[in-house]
Each structure stands twice: as C-alpha cells, then as structure tokens.
Design a protein around this ligand. Structure first.
Ligand SMILES: Cc1cc2nc3c(=O)[nH]c(=O)nc-3n(C[C@H](O)[C@H](O)[C@H](O)COP(=O)(O)OP(=O)(O)OC[C@H]3O[C@@H](n4cnc5c(N)ncnc54)[C@H](O)[C@@H]3O)c2cc1C
Length: 418
C-alpha cells in the first residue's frame, strides 16, 4: 500500500520541511497549525510600535547548512539569504575597546590561525590546537570537561560562537552538541560558515515560499487549527481531534507531529522530551545604521552579544538570556542600546525601540536535556515526530529543524502501512 496522505501538525520550519518533501514526492499533505500564522519561531510580523516588519528573533544560518540549502532550493527561495562572499566576523571587546575581524580561510586546512591579522588578537596559533579536544567522541561530557574554557581564544571566539549555537552557557553545554556544530563549521573551513541572513524577512525565505510550494502541489495549510488530542488503537493513531472537528486516520495516512515538546508530551502518553529551556531577548532600534556599519558584530564583555545592521533598524540578540529576560522592557532597551552606542559610537539617546522576549526559545543544550530527546520514529506505526527538539544530533537550530522534517517525510514514505 502506498502513502495516500499525511497530516502534518505544526507549521514551524520542521513541519513545513516535512510537508514540502512529501508534496514534492506527490503525497497529499494537510498542514494544521494552532497559531494565527504559520512559521512558528521563524515567523515574521508587522510590529505596530515600530511600524515595520520584524522577525521573531534575529536568525543566522551558515553557508554550509545543507538542509537549509536543499530546502530553499526546493521551494525556490535560494536567493533569499544574504551574506559576505567570504567568512568574516567582526568583534568588539567593550572592556578594552579593541576591535578585530576573524577571517577564516575557505578550506579545511585552517591556516588562518597562523596569521595574526586573521585570528583573535594577542593569541598564538598553538592556542587553537586545544579546540581539537572537541572533535573526538564526547558522549556524556560537558563542554568544560572536553576543552579548557579560559583564555582569549575561548573568551573571544569559542564562547560567543558556542553561546549563539547552543543558546546555553557554553561551559554547561553538551560537548557532543558543541562538537556537532564545530564539525559542520570550523572543521570544514570558512566556506562552510559564511554567515547568512534572510532578506527581507525570515518568512520571505523560510515560510511563505514553502506554503506556496505546498499549495501549488495540492496540499492544504490551515492556521488557527489546534490538535487537541489523538486516539490510538494498538499500534496506530486512528483519530485526530482538532479544535474544529475530528478526522479519522485511515491505514494509508501518516501523522507527523511537529509541535513544540511540551505540546507533544500532552498529546502522546509517556513521551520523553526536553523540559528545560533557555530564553533569547532581541532588541530592535528604529534607526537606519550608519553607512559603514558592519552587517554583524560580536560583542565581548557587554549585555548584548550580537549586533545586526538591517536597512531600517539596528537589532541585537542576547542568547541564554534567562538572567535578564524578566527585567522591565524599558530597562532592557536602555541596557542594550548602551552597548550598541558604545560599539558603534552612536548617540546615547534611546531611539524608538521594541523588545521581544522568547522565554522558551530553545531547549537547554545540556547533556541531560539532549538525553531526553526522542527519535523521530515512535511506538505507533503511523506517527512520526519532527522538531528541533527531536534527536537530530544538533542543537535547536533551523538546520536541525529542517533535517528533522526531511527525516520525518522519509519515514512517512517508508512506514509499514498495515
Ligand atoms: C529568538 C530566537 C532566535 C533564534 N535564532 C536562531 C538562529 O540564529 N539560528 C538558528 O538556526 N536557529 C535559531 N533559533 C531556533 C529556530 O528558530 C528553531 O530551531 C526553529 O524555528 C524550530 O522550528 P520547529 O518547527 O522545530 O518548531 P516551532 O517553530 O516551535 O514550530 C512548532 C509549531 O507548532 C505549532 N503548534 C503548537 N501546538 C500545536 C497544536 N496543538 N496543534 C497544531 N499546531 C501546534 C506552533 O504554533 C508552531 O507553529 C532561534 C529561536 C528563537 C526563538
């Protein structure tokens, strides 16, 4: 029996990539999301306070993210990511007012660490050798048990890099997840980690073209449609109970559950899933960036970690932001702007601002939480999981979410239909 149809529950990028892959293979897909708009954590929206489109978080992907490339190619959106031709990362240390640019060479033979003008100031090439400690098998270890978390290479390169990738205090992070990121970026050479940002919005790259692709291939994408419960019969899901009615699941239909972990745990009895999360705070300042302002600057020794220059605004990101997420919004705006003004020599007066807090931005990328991530395959023949929190081997990233969606689609097509 072939797969006649798939229900995809949750239209974040994991659910969308599953639906896109199935639509491409000629399977009828029905995508349902409980929210008023699709995209999940990758949604973009009009912000009335600033009168402009904002992304739900400044999102960065890397040129070497293969699922990102594959997904954008399928949905015809490969041209929606922008970034430099060569890997280059500007940094500013607010404690010393030093500025520098890391310039990795494109190949995996990392000769850039031999060049004082390309590496972190005041470091020696041999100090980078310690990072090799991250590349071996690291099951069950924290980052601080795998490499030395001190010294300038750590503070000015690995700490900001891993903090952004893990959204977890890097020392406490899982060395296996950190190693997965390092293997796919630093170890492959600069051509694999040229930074890429969606333009003009996240949704224009990752969401809107996917919905158009699914619909053009006969699929249906519905918002405001919450999955409330599922009925099971032995080895299969037999019924989906949505906010607007019930659907019987016949034997040639697959269900891909691509909701957040806490929803999946409510829907599936006894499911193991991450249950500790880390916040991300974004600040948006309505000010056209000065002409020479770099697209992205890493900040050392401030509250802000990354500053992004968009055509109509300056935006900042603070990862693993649990210590500040509950602060008053104006207080946050002032603290974040103080860092931006110091880094870019801008007036201290606060421009029009918006603060966006995501308390459960990603699961905590610790050893304990990684061990709670379930595989895509479930105990039920026609029920498959997707999402950045499932066991992808990567931290919670767009790349991981997309890979999980593609994998779920493969499993749905190959599942034993009884
Ligand atoms: C502020 C912020 C910044 C980030 N920065 C980066 C970055 O720079 N680079 C990067 O790679 N990643 C980044 N991430 C992580 C990235 O956004 C996520 O990994 C990715 O979007 C997860 O997609 P997903 O589909 O797994 O989950 P989600 O996007 O959470 O999608 C789940 C969907 O399920 C829906 N849903 C929930 N319950 C139900 C229900 N009962 N019925 C139907 N639908 C339901 C939700 O509405 C949602 O649309 C960031 C995240 C945040 C929050």
């Amino acid at each position: 029996m072939t797969l006649a149809k798939a229900h995809v529950i949750g239209a974040g990028v994991a659910g969308l990539s599953a639906a896109v892959a199935l639509a491409k293979a000629g399977v009828a897909v029905s995508v349902s999301d409980s929210a008023a708009q699709v995209g999940g954590r990758c949604r973009s929206y009009f912000d009335p306070q600033l009168s402009m489109m904002l992304d739900n978080g400044n999102h960065l992907v890397m040129s070497g993210n293969r699922a990102v490339s594959d997904y954008l190619a399928i949905i015809g959106a490969s041209d929606r990511l922008v970034g430099p031709d060569e890997a280059a990362f500007d940094f500013c240390d607010l404690e010393t007012d030093e500025r520098w640019t890391i310039r990795p060479n494109p190949s995996s033979l990392a000769w850039w660490v031999l060049s004082p003008s390309r590496r972190v100031p005041d470091t020696m090439a041999r100090e980078y050798l310690g990072l090799i400690g991250l590349l071996g098998p690291k099951a069950g270890l924290r980052v601080d048990q795998a490499i030395a978390c001190k010294g300038p290479v750590w503070r000015r390169l690995m700490e900001p890099f891993l903090l952004a990738a893990l959204n977890t205090k890097p020392e406490d992070g899982s060395a296996a997840l950190a190693a997965a990121i390092v293997r796919e970026t630093l170890a492959k050479g600069g051509s694999a980690y040229r930074p890429r940002i969606a333009e003009p919005t996240l949704a224009s790259a990752f969401v809107d073209p996917a919905v158009a692709y699914i619909e053009a291939h006969g699929g249906v994408v519905q918002t405001g449609r919450r999955l409330r419960s599922m009925e099971f019969d032995g080895s299969r899901v037999t019924k989906l109970v949505f906010s607007d009615g019930e659907e019987t699941v016949s034997t040639d239909v697959a269900v891909i559950l691509a909701t957040p972990p806490w929803t999946a745990q409510d829907l599936i009895p006894g499911l193991s899933a991450p249950d500790e999360f880390r916040a991300i705070v974004n600040g948006h300042f309505k000010l056209a960036p000065p002409h020479a302002m770099p697209a992205m600057v890493g900040v050392i020794g401030g509250v802000v970690e990354w500053i992004f220059a968009f055509p109509d605004r300056i935006s900042v990101t603070v990862s693993a932001a649990d210590a500040i997420v509950d602060l008053d919004r104006e207080e946050l705006a002032r603290r974040l702007w103080a860092d931006v003004a110091a880094v870019h020599d801008l007036p201290p007066e606060l421009p029009e601002w918006q603060i966006v807090k995501e308390k459960r931005a990603t699961f905590a990328a610790t050893v304990e939480q990684d061990e709670k991530r379930p595989e895509a395959k479930t105990a039920w023949d026609n029920l498959i999981l997707a999402g950045d929190w499932t066991q992808t081997g990567l931290p919670a990233t767009i790349e991981g979410a997309l890979r999980s969606g593609f994998k779920a689609a493969d499993l749905a097509r190959g599942m034993a239909l009884v």
